[in-house]
Design a protein around this ligand. Structure first.
Ligand SMILES: Nc1ncnc2c1ncn2[C@@H]1O[C@H](COP(=O)(O)OP(=O)(O)OP(=O)(O)O)[C@@H](O)[C@H]1O
Ligand SMILES: [Mg+2]
Length: 244
């Protein structure tokens, strides 16, 4: 049986003034999979995640949750079990690690359950337990990225949208972050859509990949086939013009 589609954009256009950030884009995320979004700067990758999360001005097309058309608005999207960890580690630097996690779990009303989840994510990221009383601004870049990821997990999402989780991190920490992402996917069955410039690491954990260029999808395939094709080379060299 095919896995069920959880969330998708159907023929979606997003315009920022005169800029066509997305132009007739079809992208889907199935149950339990890791989907990679790749492409050069300005291709529209972040816009895809924002459109799914209700943070981009959708000009035309549809967003579907399972089979139903939805009008994404962030707080409603969170209630459906979708979490978004945006580009650039947006932790609240003046608050402690623990306070950041509490904010991440704002949908959890029960105090005992909130504690349980904080404990659970600290199990996963031991460094956060060590630093739980520290102001987040004093954490290293890698630790802040771990915190951003952990905070995204506090709502116990079914879907995680990650924008450049390895940005600015050293190769060793990048490896750790990617291992955590794969672990989240395997242990929690979380479906993950991830934008990343670190293509090798990304394709090594992804099931499927989309390649975007100038607001259009120019390739979609299994991660393996994308790895073995020359599409990325072409797109990054600016030689790809055709959309699929
Ligand atoms: N808020 C905005 N206002 C105006 N234009 C925007 C806005 N956000 C994005 N754009 C434009 O939309 C296009 C797609 O941007 P997007 O951020 O999705 O690219 P990206 O693929 O994530 O690039 P990067 O790899 O640099 O993060 C770009 O041309 C960008 O300048
Ligand atoms: Mg981006």
């Amino acid at each position: 049986m095919e896995n069920e589609i959880l969330l998708q954009l159907k023929n979606v256009a997003v315009h920022y003034g005169g800029v066509k950030a997305l132009d007739g884009v079809d992208i889907a995320l199935d149950e339990g999979e890791i989907v990679a979004l790749m492409g050069p700067n300005g291709a529209g990758k972040s816009t895809v995640l924002k459109a799914l999360f209700g943070l981009a001005p959708i000009k035309s097309g549809k967003v579907l949750w399972h089979e139903d058309e939805i009008n994404p608005i962030p707080h409603k999207i969170i209630q459906k079990g979708i979490a978004f960890v945006p580009q650039g580690r947006r932790v609240f630097t003046h608050l402690t690690v623990e306070e950041n996690l509490e904010i991440g779990g704002f949908t959890v009303r029960d105090k005992v359950e909130l504690k349980r989840r904080i404990n659970e994510v600290m199990e996963m990221f031991p460094v956060l337990r060590q630093k739980r009383k520290a102001k987040s601004g004093t954490l290293s870049g890698g630790q802040q990225q771990m915190l951003a990821l952990a905070r995204g997990l506090m709502t116990d999402p079914k879907i995680l949208l990650l924008d450049e989780p390895s940005l600015g991190l050293s190769p060793k920490i990048v490896k750790e972050v990617f291992a955590k992402i794969k672990e989240i996917n395997l242990n929690r069955k979380t479906a993950i859509m991830i934008v990343e410039h670190n293509i090798k690491s990304l394709l090594s954990i992804a099931d499927r990949a989309y390649v975007l260029d100038k607001g259009k999808v120019v390739a979609k395939d299994t991660a393996e086939n994308i790895t073995n094709s020359d599409v990325l080379e072409k797109v990054f060299m600016g030689k790809y013009t055709k959309s699929i």
